[in-house]
Design a protein around this ligand. Structure first.
Ligand SMILES: Nc1ncnc2c1ncn2[C@@H]1O[C@H](COP(=O)(O)OP(=O)(O)OP(=O)(O)O)[C@@H](O)[C@H]1O
Length: 321
């Protein structure tokens, strides 16, 4: 068979992607343009081409080579000085909000001591496949692929990991087959320990977002996390204040259990951009527990996350210019 005859065997939508097709002895070698295809779509394309050519006269074997334009993938780390300030919730919602803006976004849950992305993105219990020694991210139903330690180990098991082991496991997540994903949000563990350091050294994120609640103690820790990024040469995109202002569901009165405006003041003092404020809101907590991120809906809470996502998208556009 010559190239034309080989291409004629393929369905029209696949034929358009073929860059070259030739016989090498009894082996059919087809080179396909895989730009813009997800890992799942690439696997399906490969199978369809093999199925269409296998068994044809003179074809003993089919080899399909996928070529894609190299995606310039950028990494943004979401960090906090202290645990429980809403870093994972922010990561999920920013990813969903940025995806809604048309970016191809994935989430790496590097919080090996308390992975929460499987729950937040409703992929609990799913296990990633591996192909050619690389993990294939799990497609969440929000158009955001995700990989988490929580997908790889049984609950609680990750807690015993330390230093190099944790760092290697984290690298497997970041270096997975992210296909055409152009932006990875990395949900870091809280604090400034080994895992954060190894992440900065090995993967050098393009930028970092720091999240804090407004009270002084959280702010001191956030400033320390900021220093870690500074030392690692990672630009800080800005600070986010979470759990600000609680509107009483009964009377509507807004109170500030963790103080007010502390993060904005701290950002000004540290000469860092302030990216916005997320209210302390029962629906945000409930949405997280249900695996239905607020940013996927049209509520006011969702709008607060989207406003911060807009600022991050602006930062990305400025950096790319
Ligand atoms: N703005 C908010 N309003 C109400 N609840 C929130 C808000 N942000 C986060 N939460 C809730 O607070 C808890 C901790 O949030 P989350 O897991 O996102 O924090 P974290 O900083 O990633 O924590 P960890 O240190 O465990 O990684 C969760 O139950 C979450 O639903």
């Amino acid at each position: 068979m010559n190239q034309e005859q080989m291409i004629a065997c393929l369905p029209a939508e696949l034929a358009g992607r073929v860059k070259s097709a030739r016989m090498v002895g009894e082996r059919a070698v087809v080179v396909v343009d895989a730009s813009g295809l997800s890992p799942a779509a690439r696997a399906a394309t490969e199978q369809e081409i093999s199925a269409a050519l296998e068994g044809r006269e003179g074809v003993a074997e089919v080899r399909v080579a996928m070529m894609a334009d190299k995606v310039r993938r950028r990494l943004i780390a979401i960090g906090s000085g202290k645990g429980g300030v809403g870093k994972s919730t922010l990561t999920t919602n920013l990813a969903v909000a940025l995806q809604r803006k048309g970016l191809k976004v994935g989430v790496v849950d590097a919080d090996i001591y308390g992975p929460s992305q499987p729950k937040l993105l409703a992929t609990e219990g799913e296990k990633p496949r591996a192909e050619n020694d690389k993990l294939i991210p799990i497609d969440s139903r929000f158009g955001v692929p995700v990989l988490s330690m929580g997908h790889l180990v049984k609950q609680g098991q990750a807690l015993a990991w330390r230093g190099p082991m944790a760092g290697n496991a984290l690298s497997q997540l970041v270096d997975a087959d992210w296909g055409d994903t152009e932006l990875l949000l990395i949900d870091l563990p809280p604090g400034t320990g080994d895992v954060q350091l190894s992440m900065l050294q090995k993967h050098k994120p393009d930028g970092a977002v720091l999240v804090s609640t407004p009270q002084d103690l959280a702010l001191i820790d956030a400033a320390r996390a900021g220093q870690l990024f500074d030392t690692g040469g990672v630009p800080i995109i800005g600070l986010v204040e979470n759990m600000a202002g609680y509107a009483c569901p009964h009377c509507g009165e807004v109170s500030d259990p963790f103080g007010k405006g502390g993060v904005e003041t701290a950002a000004a003092r540290l000469e860092l951009p302030f990216l916005g404020r997320i209210p302390l809101s029962l629906p945000i907590r409930e949405a997280g527990d249900k695996g239905e991120p607020s940013a996927a809906g049209e509520s006011e809470d969702g709008a607060a996350f989207r406003a911060i996502a807009d600022r991050i998208a602006d930062w990305l556009a400025r950096e790319a210019a």
